[in-house]
Design a protein around this ligand. Structure first.
Ligand code: FAD
Length: 498
C-alpha cells in the first residue's frame, strides 16, 4: 500500500517536510511512494492567479515529476472542476490507490485551511490517516511571540525573537534530505496511477489578460523551471551579490536582488535552504558580520512575518484591514475609474510609477522599492482602495503570494503593520531622485522618456513643461502630488475619527 504525498505550493524534493517524512516511512515499511498534484484552473481564477504564474506552476510540476521519476516515485496529476471539488477528488484518488496514509505541507490561507479540514474528515471516515506538516516558513507561525504570549504586530521585535529562537536551536532550520531510492511500485499500482491520472493542462486559464509574447519570453528566460535552477540562482546570488545587497537592493536600475521570489512562492526552493546559504556566507551569523547577508536574512524574515500575520489574523485573507480602526476610511473602489486604469497601464505622468507598472506587465515582477512607491501612489495620491491594487498585483505577479502581497499593500496603505503613522506618504519624485538617480530604470520601461538625459526625467512636467512632454508622447501628471496627498490625509483622518 503506497504512502501518498499531496504536493501543492512545495514543488521541490529537497528539504520538503512532508516528502522527507513520507519517504522515511515508505523506505522503512518497504512501500512505494506516490506524489499527487491537483490542478483546478477555476481555483486559480478564483484566487486571481496571474496566467504567467499558472504557466510557471505547470512547468515546475513537470520538472518535479521528472526528477521524482528518477527516484522511483510515481506521480499522479488530478483535475478538479472547482475549488470545492478538490477534497472529494483527493479522497477518491487516495482510496483508488489503496494508500495507507497521506501527508502534505500546510498552506495557511483560509480557503486552503478549510479545504484541508474537509479532506482530513473525508479520509478519516475511510480510516485513512492524514498528516499535515509545517514547511512554508523558516520558523513555524505562532512560535515567535512576546514573553506574555502576545502576537508581534510590528516587524522589528518579531525579527529579534525570530533570530533568538533560531540561534538557540539550529535544528529548526537543518535541511532534511529525502530518503531515496524508494521501493518500486507494483504493476497493479502503476496501472491504477495511469487510470486515474488526468495529466497537466496544456494551456492555462487567461480570463484577465493573456500574457504578451514579450512576457512569456522574459519569464521563460528569467525563471527556468525546477529546483535545480532555483538552486543555481540562489548559489550565484550568494556568491556574487549578497555582499553588496544592503547597498544595491534599493536601486531598481541595478536589478541586483536575488529574484528568488517566484521560486519561494511556489516552494520550488526551501526558505531554510536560502537561510543556510546566507549563513554559510556569513560565518553562521544572523545579525552581525556582512551587512549584505544580514539584510538579506532580514528579508527572509519579512516573508515569515507576513505569513505569521496571516495565520494569527485570518481576517487579512478576507479583504479586511489589519488595523480595524481603518475600516471606515473611504476609498475609491471603482475598477473602471480612469485614474485606476492610468495606474494599471503605467500612464500616470509620474515616471517612476509608470516604469514600475510597466515592468509588472512586461516581466510579471516589480522591484520591491518600486512596489512600495506605486502602492503608496495608488492609495495616497489617487485615494484608490488598496484591495484593487492588491488584486491587480496578484493578476500579474509571477511571485504572487497572498501573505506578502497583502502585507505589502496594507503596509503601504497604512491599514497594516507599518509602525509609522498614516501620514508617512512617499513623494514619487523624491523617491525617484533618490533610488533611480541616473534614471536608468525609468528609461528602460518608459521609452517616451528615453531621450531625456538629465534630472528632468524625474519630473518632466515641472522641468520640461507640458508642451515638451506632449511632444515626447508622454502623459501629463494625472494628479498633483501635494494636493492629492493632502486630500488623502483629510479623508484618512475622517475615516479613523481624528
Ligand atoms: P530579495 O530582495 O532577493 O529578497 C529575498 C526574498 O525575501 C524574496 O524572494 C522574498 O521571498 C522575501 N522578501 C523580500 N522582501 C520581502 C517583503 N517586503 N515582504 C515579504 N517577503 C519579502 N513578495 C512576494 O513574494 N509576493 C508578492 O505577492 C509580493 N507582493 C508585494 C506587494 C507590495 C505592495 C510590496 C511592497 C511588496 C511585495 N512583495 C511580495 C515583497 C517583495 O517586493 C518581493 O518579495 C521582492 O521584490 C522579490 O524580489 P527578490 O526575490 O529579488 O527579493
Amino acid at each position: 500500500r503506497p504512502v501518498v504525498v499531496w504536493i501543492r505550493s512545495d514543488l521541490r524534493i529537497s528539504d520538503n517536510s512532508a516528502l522527507t517524512r513520507a519517504s522515511r516511512i515508505a523506505v522503512a515499511d518497504g512501500n512505494p511512494l506516490v506524489v499527487m498534484f491537483v490542478v483546478s484552473p477555476n481555483e486559480w481564477l478564483e484566487h486571481d492567479m496571474a496566467a504567467i504564474k499558472c504557466r510557471f506552476i505547470l512547468h515546475c510540476v513537470s520538472a518535479l515529476r521528472d526528477a521524482l521519476a528518477l527516484l522511483n516515485v510515481s506521480f499522479v496529476t488530478l483535475t478538479a472542476a472547482s475549488r470545492r471539488d478538490v477534497p472529494q477528488v483527493v479522497c477518491d484518488a487516495v482510496v483508488r490507490l489503496n494508500a495507507n496514509r497521506i501527508l502534505w505541507n500546510i498552506e495557511y490561507e483560509i480557503h486552503e485551511t478549510q479545504r484541508d479540514k474537509k479532506v482530513t474528515k473525508l479520509l478519516a471516515d475511510r480510516q485513512i490517516p492524514s498528516t499535515a506538516c509545517h514547511d512554508q516558513c523558516i520558523l513555524m507561525p505562532g512560535k515567535a511571540r512576546t514573553k506574555e504570549g502576545k502576537v508581534y504586530t510590528v516587524f522589528t521585535p518579531f525579527k529579534k525573537t525570530w533570530i533568538t529562537i533560531l540561534q538557540k536551536d539550529p535544528s529548526l532550520y537543518k535541511l532534511q534530505p529525502m530518503s531515496a531510492p524508494l521501493p518500486v511500485a507494483s504493476p497493479a499500482l502503476l496501472e491504477t496511477i495511469t487510470a486515474i491520472s488526468t495529466g497537466l493542462p496544456t494551456t492555462v486559464p487567461q480570463p484577465f489578460e493573456a500574457p504578451s509574447q514579450e512576457l512569456i519570453d522574459f519569464a521563460d528566460k528569467m525563471y527556468p523551471a525546477g529546483e535545480a535552477n532555483a538552486r543555481i540562482r540562489l548559489e550565484s546570488f550568494v556568491k556574487a551579490r549578497i555582499k553588496g545587497y544592503k547597498n544595491d537592493r534599493d536601486s531598481p536600475g541595478k536589478d541586483l536582488t536575488s529574484r528568488l521570489s517566484a521560486y519561494l512562492a511556489l516552494g520550488v526552493i526551501s526558505p531554510r535552504e536560502c537561510l543556510v546559504e546566507a549563513l554559510n556566507a556569513n560565518n553562521q551569523k544572523f545579525d552581525s558580520g556582512s551587512d549584505g547577508a544580514v539584510t538579506w536574512i532580514s528579508e527572509l524574515c519579512w516573508r515569515d512575518f507576513y505569513k505569521n500575520i496571516l495565520v494569527e489574523y485570518p481576517r487579512v485573507c478576507k479583504n479586511q484591514p489589519f488595523k480595524l480602526e481603518t475600516d471606515n476610511v473611504t476609498w475609491t473602489t471603482d475598477p473602471e475609474s480612469p485614474l485606476f486604469k492610468a495606474w494599471c497601464t503605467g500612464h500616470t505622468g509620474y515616471p517612476i510609477v509608470d516604469a514600475g507598472m510597466r515592468q509588472l506587465l512586461a516581466e510579471g515582477w516589480m522591484h520591491n522599492r518600486v512596489r512600495m512607491i506605486v502602492a503608496s501612489f495608488l492609495t495616497k495620491d489617487l485615494g484608490i482602495d488598496w484591495r484593487l491594487g492588491e488584486k491587480h498585483f496578484m493578476r500579474h505577479l509571477i511571485d504572487g503570494d497572498l501573505a506578502s502581497n497583502n502585507g505589502g499593500w496594507q503596509w503601504a496603505a497604512s491599514t497594516g503593520t507599518d509602525s509609522q503613522p498614516y501620514f508617512r506618504i512617499f513623494n514619487p519624485t523624491l523617491q525617484s531622485e533618490k533610488f533611480d538617480p541616473a534614471g536608468s530604470y525609468i528609461r528602460k520601461f518608459v521609452p517616451e522618456l528615453k531621450g531625456v538625459l538629465g534630472k528632468e526625467i524625474h519630473d518632466p512636467k515641472g522641468k520640461l513643461g507640458l508642451p515638451r512632454i506632449a511632444k515626447l508622447g508622454y502623459v501629463a501628471p494625472i494628479v498633483d502630488h501635494k494636493i492629492a496627498s493632502q486630500a488623502f490625509l483629510e479623508a484618512f483622518k475622517r475615516g479613523i475619527g481624528k
